[in-house]
Design a protein around this ligand. Structure first.
Ligand SMILES: C[S@@+](CC[C@H](N)C(=O)[O-])C[C@H]1O[C@@H](n2cnc3c(N)ncnc32)[C@H](O)[C@@H]1O
Length: 273
């Protein structure tokens, strides 16, 4: 390690880390909860908390980092994209059935159910984490969303028996599958297996919406000072062309990829013919 790298390491691991421990978002993100659904929900909610004035101030700074702004914009864009899907299905008299893989606290799902109170929508969110699921249920209850319209289920999305058994037991097949904040944690082999399973699970004319990151303005902070349950917060960064190629290879059509103004998130959508 060069002198410059050693100095940078010291700065992030000792100075920055100790400072951000004073803020709520920083404390959770530095102590292993960075990638949890409830931590992301904290970014969506965008209300600062922290110990004394300084903690509160640091929380505000963290909540305004470009990467966190981009994360909030992702929520809004997901809602916009899926709202279009709901409107189009409404024209055809169809029910929209959304399956969210690794839904976290599912805030954008509750946003959708709330925005379309009279449309035929059925949403199922799957996540491994009890605390995020509890928050998801609380959020949708607080907004008065009926249980027939939104359900949150505990499950491992890589054991897609979840998906298959869902289809068999209740004769329910999604016409939209979404995975936001998931593929950045898994390697290419796992992503491609997942895309194939999504293709098989989708109803005809169904859509998949996946987010991906090509870069991250907070990459150094994340890798050096913040942690997930598995260790350092390192992600798989992928160019958007990769998604176009994968979608094409797996038989999807109508591929649309949106890059955000931070060049951080790409929202990648495609349709099963
Ligand atoms: C970064 S959060 C994203 C949450 C939400 N989709 C969003 O975009 O705000 C990642 C979520 O993936 C969930 N997760 C990770 N691995 C999972 C797995 N194998 N099965 C189900 N959920 C998983 C975590 O519990 C966490 O809630």
């Amino acid at each position: 390690m060069s002198f410059k790298e050693g100095l940078e390491d010291f700065f992030y691991k000792k100075v920055v880390r100790n400072l951000i421990l004073l803020s709520s978002l920083g404390r959770r993100s530095a102590s292993g909860e960075a990638a949890t659904g409830y931590n992301f929900d904290y970014m969506y909610e965008n209300k600062a908390h922290g110990a004394w004035g300084i903690g509160l101030l640091i929380d505000k700074v963290l909540l305004n980092l470009p990467a966190v702004q981009a994360t909030r914009a992702r929520r809004e864009n997901i809602v916009k994209i899926l709202s279009n899907e709901i409107e189009n299905r409404k024209l055809r008299g169809e029910t929209t059935r959304i399956l969210d893989l690794a839904c976290g606290a599912g805030r954008y799902l509750t946003d959708l159910a709330e925005a379309f109170p009279d449309e035929k929508i059925e949403i199922v969110g799957v996540d491994l984490d009890k605390q995020s699921l509890k928050l998801a249920k609380n959020l949708s209850d607080r907004k008065g969303v009926l249980k027939e319209r939104i359900r949150f289920v505990k499950g491992n999305v890589f054991k897609l028996r979840v998906l298959r058994s869902l289809g068999r037991q209740v004769d329910w097949r999604p016409n939209i599958v979404i995975a936001s904040g998931l593929t950045v944690y898994i390697d290419d082999a796992k992503v491609t297996t997942m895309l194939k399973q999504i293709y098989d699970a989708l109803d005809r004319n169904g859509s998949v919406l996946v987010d991906s990151q090509e870069n991250n303005p907070s990459r150094k902070l994340m890798e050096k000072a913040l942690r997930t349950k598995e260790g350092a917060w390192t992600l798989y960064y992928r160019p958007l062309e990769q998604w176009r190629t994968w979608f094409h290879e797996f038989g999807f059509k109508d591929i649309v990829i949106q890059r955000d103004p931070w060049h951080m998130y790409n929202l990648c959508m495609a349709r099963k013919p």
